[in-house]
Write a protein of this length. Sequence first.
Length: 77
Amino acid sequence: MRVILGIGNPGSRYNYTRHNIGFMLLDYFAAKHNISFNTSEKEYEYASGSYNDIPFILVRPSTYVNLSGTAALKAIE
């Protein structure tokens, strides 16, 4: 299982800014593979799928960039 973490800041204020490039890349990858994000109870959103028979999970923290480590730790628990 591969975990791909895209960091960014929540809220529309940061949409399409350099602060959210991680979110934008995950959104692009999810759209290309026809998967959608689900809400987690652990400070992140996630989407899962597989590529070349390798399972993956995309993780988009719901915290600000400087607190994304908390969501990352919870995603790999």
